[in-house]
Design a protein around this ligand. Structure first.
Ligand SMILES: Nc1ncnc2c1ncn2[C@@H]1O[C@H](COP(=O)(O)OP(=O)(O)OP(=O)(O)O)[C@@H](O)[C@H]1O
Ligand SMILES: [Mg+2]
Length: 221
């Protein structure tokens, strides 16, 4: 589902941040990426999401190939991102948060979109908060709603940047359960950047470590 071929990404420095990173993820797998701070994990996710271009190499997501030096835009519709801050709109209830982009950006009929939102909320056991605003939900519920909102764009791959950092242990476990349920119930292919090896071991199929030499696989379930 995802192939990265000797990706090179630099920000004007002499030494690139990513210097020839290669990696592959099969459909339906949940893959963790570990690595020390500043090594380029978020940069790798932004390239994969089509939010940033890169100098050399290639990224292929579900058959769509983007080469270095080319516009990464074709990746955007295929790759969803759940940001650490979730970025839910505080003034909108859950259904409106999830329906906004499909209705306004994709101009799909609202009735059909809302029915789809409820179906996904049920899949992730949060339909009970469908008409609640974000501030009145638990952290775990907010995370599930942010995932539903990302899934409404029908991505082929879902990325998470440090979904558990700064969370207490019980909420970390809840995020782990959520990530596994998304895989089991929707078949989504997921890549999760985390600082927590024990969490990755408990909840992810594969674990890669990113360092200056590239990505190395340490676990294959
Ligand atoms: N927009 C940018 N412009 C210039 N340099 C950048 C930019 N974004 C990131 N960098 C540099 O690229 C390197 C990798 O940053 P990145 O945020 O990808 O690291 P990270 O592995 O996600 O770190 P952390 O674990 O702290 O989140 C760092 O040296 C950072 O300073
Ligand atoms: Mg980061």
């Amino acid at each position: 589902m995802i192939t990265i071929e000797t990706l090179v990404k630099r920000y004007g420095q002499a030494t690139p941040v990513l210097r020839g990173v290669s990696f592959a993820v099969d459909a339906g797998q949940t893959t963790a990426i570990l690595g020390k701070s500043g090594v380029g994990k978020s940069t790798l996710l932004r390239c994969l999401a089509g939010l940033e271009g890169f100098e050399a190499g290639a990224i292929v997501v579900d058959g769509v190939r983007v080469e270095g030096g080319k516009s990464p835009r074709p990746l955007r519709g295929r790759v969803g991102v759940v940001f650490q801050t979730l970025e839910l709109f505080p003034h909108l209830n859950v259904v409106d948060n999830c329906a906004l982009a499909p209705v306004v950006v994709q101009q799909r009929p609202r009735d059909e979109v809302v029915a789809e939102v409820h179906a996904l909320l049920r899949t992730l056991d949060v339909d009970s908060v469908a008409h609640v605003h974000p501030e009145a939900m638990s952290g775990g519920q907010r995370q599930r709603v942010a995932i539903v909102r990302a899934l409404m764009m029908k991505p082929r791959v879902l990325l998470y940047d440090e979904p558990t950092s700064a969370l207490d242990p019980s909420l970390k476990a809840e995020v782990g359960r959520t990530v596994r349920e998304v895989a089991e119930r929707t078949g989504m292919t997921q890549v999760v950047v985390t600082h927590d090896p024990a969490w990755a071991d408990a909840h992810c199929d594969d674990i890669f470590i990113l360092d200056e030499t590239g990505l190395t696989k340490t676990k294959n379930a």
